[in-house]
Design a protein around this ligand. Structure first.
Ligand SMILES: NC(=O)c1ccc[n+]([C@@H]2O[C@H](COP(=O)([O-])OP(=O)(O)OC[C@H]3O[C@@H](n4cnc5c(N)ncnc54)[C@H](O)[C@@H]3O)[C@@H](O)[C@H]2O)c1
Length: 174
C-alpha cells in the first residue's frame, strides 16, 4: 500500500519519501513502483521522460529522521494497533510540529492512534484502497479531535491526487 500511495503523490507532482524498516521490502517496493511506471511507458500511457520525472519524485530510506520536514506523513505498516501507536509516538517526536500525521489503517481506531501524540487535531485516517495508485476512493477518517483545517487540507490533497475523497466517521468498518 505504501508504494501505491507514494505513486499517488508523485503522479500529482508532489515529492514523496518512503520509509521502511526492512531494506529488502524497501527495495522490492521501489522496484514495483518503477515497473508500474515502465508498464505505462510500454503501453504508451506516459513517455520515458515523464516516467523519469515522476519516479524521480520518489525517494526512500530506512531513517525516520528523513521525513522530519514533511507536511504530511501517511503510515502504512501492518494492521497492528501497538505497532501503529509506536510509530505515531516516533513520528510525533521526529516530524515538524505542524505536520499532519495520517494512518492508512483499514479499521483500527483512529482516536487511539491520535491519543499517543501531542497533536491529535492533526491526526486523521487516510484509507486508500488497493491498488492505491489505481483505485479512486479515499476515505478520510475524522477522529474525535481532527480539526476542520486538517480535514480541509486532506480533502484538498485528495482532490489534487484526483481521488474521490469522502469523509467518514471513525466508525467500525469506516
Ligand atoms: N493490502 C490491502 O489491500 C490494503 C487495503 C487498504 C488498506 N490497507 C492497510 O494498509 C496498511 C498496510 O497494509 P499492506 O498490505 O501494505 O501491508 P504490508 O505488510 O504489505 O506492508 C507493510 C510494510 O510496513 C513495513 N514496516 C513494518 N514495520 C515497520 C516500521 N516499524 N517502520 C517502517 N516500516 C515498517 C514492512 O516492512 C512492510 O514493507 C494496513 O494498515 C492495512 O490494513 C491494506
Amino acid at each position: 500500500m505504501g508504494g501505491g500511495i507514494a505513486m499517488c503523490f508523485a503522479n500529482a507532482g508532489i515529492p514523496v519519501h518512503i520509509i521502511d524498516q526492512d531494506e529488502d521490502n524497501l527495495k522490492r517496493g521501489m522496484s514495483v513502483i518503477e515497473k508500474n511506471y515502465q508498464f505505462m511507458v510500454d503501453r504508451g500511457k506516459m513517455t520515458a521522460e515523464q516516467k523519469d520525472f515522476v519516479f524521480g519524485l520518489v525517494t526512500s530510506s530506512l531513517d525516520y529522521n528523513d521525513v522530519h520536514d514533511c507536511d504530511i506523513v501517511i503510515e502504512a505498516v501492518y494492521e497492528n494497533l501497538d505497532l501503529k501507536e509506536k510509530i505515531f509516538r516516533t513520528l510525533d517526536e521526529v516530524v515538524k510540529k505542524d505536520a499532519i500525521l495520517a494512518s492508512n489503517t483499514s479499521g483500527l481506531n483512529v482516536d487511539s492512534i491520535a491519543a499517543v501524540t501531542n497533536r491529535p487535531e492533526l491526526v486523521v485516517g487516510t484509507h486508500f484502497f488497493s491498488p492505491a495508485n489505481i483505485m479512486r476512493l479515499l476515505e478520510v477518517v475524522r477522529g474525535e479531535e481532527s480539526s476542520d483545517e486538517t480535514m480541509a487540507t486532506v480533502m484538498a490533497l485528495g482532490k489534487k491526487m484526483n481521488k474521490a475523497s469522502v469523509v467518514s466517521l471513525n466508525a467500525p468498518g469506516f
